[in-house]
Design a protein around this ligand. Sequence first.
Ligand code: SAM
Length: 262
Amino acid sequence: MGKVWQVTAYLNYLRKTKTRYQVHSPFVYDLIEKVFKDKTKYKEFRELNRLRKKFARRTDKIETMDFGAVAGNKDYIVKVKTVGNIVKQSGHTRKQLELLFRLSRYFKPETILEFGTSVGISAAYLSKGHPQAKIITMEGSMGLTTIANETFERHGLNIEVEVGEFGAILNNIVQNVDQLDMVFFDGNHRKKSTLRYFNKCMKCAHENSVFMFDDIHWSRGMSKAWKKIKKDERVSITIDLYWIGLVFFRKGIAKQDFILRY
Ligand SMILES: C[S@@+](CC[C@H](N)C(=O)[O-])C[C@H]1O[C@@H](n2cnc3c(N)ncnc32)[C@H](O)[C@@H]1O
């Protein structure tokens, strides 16, 4: 089902995308102009893109625990993989990562929570976008967290790694933060889990929070979860960029769902 589903979902997405000239929301228009269309090569990109490339070339092997949708009916599967392959299979393109940087730079979140650290690449982009942010990133695979922690230390990044299965550690994290200004959901792409994480994080969300869901069209289940999130009455604006969905809770603006190209 995977590939056929993804192609159909992509064609549907292309059919429905709007251009910026068809967007009448000042908030979304500003975001398009200042973030999506921003072509600035920020000085931080050199170091970050070099880091990403370096990881992709690594041939050393580590033991990983595959959680989430890839594990099927099991809680997790233990596998030995090269670091390079892990990054290529589960990471993002340079363009996508640069967007994460720009979003963090634009919204200036005080607290960011990330589901799925892997080796720490996306967290590094988010952190460099707004170095004052307190970032908490969660990862269940111990071997990956060791690598991520080394990277964060070497690059002087203010990122705290919480090790454990998301469901087991999330309550404690949510209880210990005042609010969540930005959340990046990038692990365990299953409908039920995604909606559960969304509802837990909502306890710390506020009017200016932004939630970012990776891989919203990766499977039928993820597409259903995305539909449900869009319909949630607490949500005002959503933006579907196909590989990621952005969710806003701003008050005083009409509830609207945008499908845009990036
Ligand atoms: C797509 S990767 C994250 C990639 C990373 N955000 C990046 O872009 O650099 C997802 C990660 O989430 C972790 N993960 C998935 N499901 C999990 C779960 N239920 N509990 C803990 N970790 C989980 C996996 O081990 C994997 O490293």
